[in-house]
Write a protein that binds this ligand. Sequence first.
Ligand SMILES: [Zn+2]
Ligand SMILES: [Zn+2]
Length: 338
Amino acid sequence: MLGAFWKDGRIQLEEVPTPSIEKDEVLIKVLASGICGTDLHVFAGKAYGKEGIIRGHEFSGKVIAIGEKVKGIKEGDLVAVDPNITCGYCYYCRRGEIHLCENLRAIGVDVNGGFAEYCKVPFKQLYSFSSNISPLEAAMMEPVACALHGIEKIGIKLGDSVLIVGGGALGLILMQLAYIHGASKVVVVEPIESKRKVAKELGATYVIDPLKEKVDEIIKDLTQGRGVDVGIEAVGKGDTVKLTIENMRRGGRVLIFGVAPLSDYIAISPYEIYSKELTITGSFVNPYTNSRALALIEEKRINIEKIISHKFSLREIEKAILTGLSGEALRVILYFEE
Ligand SMILES: [Zn+2]
Ligand SMILES: [Zn+2]
């Protein structure tokens, strides 16, 4: 099979044997595989990526073979993959906080993933989906599940005003989930015009170009001078976290969703957190949210088609990565012939 390995600081397409499965594993033929921002960080040399691994953790496929201990899945099934494999026995797993697992391993990060024609996956990581949705939509189960965890963690109330800083693929998924969760208005801050346009098409109340407009003045105008109830940072930069915090009302709640570089720091006044009674929290991956994320996609409660801006074949992966790195794309996805 053909697989895209991360080796010596670049992506290398190689022909390798199709993996053989263990008793509790399933072999899937990959049908769609999204290129995540975290993959792009690795490909740009801005984050560490394990050597010699086939990356790709947002993917779907068709079941080709099953191990003898596999339950609930059969050959021919269409499946989406939860890449995060937890141990089940550490302190966190035993307290129901599986995403904080001390032994967390991720498919496409620590073991071979979906930038390949075939991938083997433990069966408990798989979620079946119907042919009502495309494999491309199903491949977005994982990012939607991560966004769902974030939205539930920050606890949007019916009628809340929400600011989303960053109108990339995840920012626009978060926006749609914020509306489902009862937001009255969602304001999206995004410097790229094409992304602001999609944000508008998907229902953003207001979009702001931070390069040309004053974010704080517009937020004040939209909230009778108070600031928003909930702020979500979906860029992954210290500066944008700071911008989000600065636009909160008293008692506001901030979610840090973007993956910032380890070297980024921000200065915050503790007095401001104290006196405004701000809540600032992070959200990490997708605990217990995959099946509900897939249900929302299957029932077309969120629009995934507009989030996928570019499609490439596996052989075009270098072009796909360059498109992702250009900053103009929403989600770039690899698709495979059935
Ligand atoms: Zn991802
Ligand atoms: Zn664990």
